[in-house]
Design a protein around this ligand. Structure first.
Ligand SMILES: [Fe+2]
Length: 166
């Protein structure tokens, strides 16, 4: 039987209740890797008709949110972090080229810092990567892709900062 959103959510909740820090998140990333190695699980979590950003689950206690993303064509984002949150990207279909960044000029309350790339790598189906608070990254997707993404908190009401690349 393929996994259900509710089963995945319960397993994430258990791991993050035991350790909400980077270690616990890393265990959640491993769980996502294992889960997405099974095409039936992919089809259960990201069925046809999934949009670009569908909220599957919001945890009432810890506040983390599980999203399914399905992009029909190329899609890229500017360098960003997730503000006060962490995030896990778990590739399900297609490929994401991810670039990590660091600050080239300091980030301050008044002026967003400028950023420069440090490394680029590919996320392929079954790859899951943790971005802890403040980790800067930018995904580029040159074809259709699907992923499961978990954010540490509901970011919908938090203003995102824009960083320029040097
Ligand atoms: Fe991100």
């Amino acid at each position: 039987m393929p996994i259900t959103v509710s089963e995945l959510a319960t397993q994430c909740q258990q791991l993050l209740t035991a350790d909400e820090g980077p270690e616990g998140r890393s265990k959640v990333a491993s769980l996502l890797s294992t889960t997405l190695a099974d095409p039936d699980n992919i089809n259960a979590l990201i069925p046809p008709g999934t949009g670009e950003r569908d909220l599957l689950y919001k945890d009432p206690k810890l506040g983390f949110c599980i999203f399914a993303h399905q992009y029909q064509g190329p899609k890229e984002s500017l360098p960003h972090d997730h503000g006060p949150s962490w995030a896990i990207y778990a590739q399900a279909r297609g490929e994401t080229e991810m670039t990590d960044y660091e600050f080239a000029t300091p980030d301050s309350e008044e002026v967003p810092g400028k950023v420069r790339p440090t490394r680029t790598y590919r996320l392929q189906p079954g790859d899951a990567h943790v971005y802890n608070e403040g980790d800067l990254h930018a995904p580029v997707r040159s074809g259709p892709t699907s992923l499961v993404r978990i954010e540490g908190m509901d970011m919908s009401k938090i203003t995102r900062r824009r960083y320029e690349t040097v």
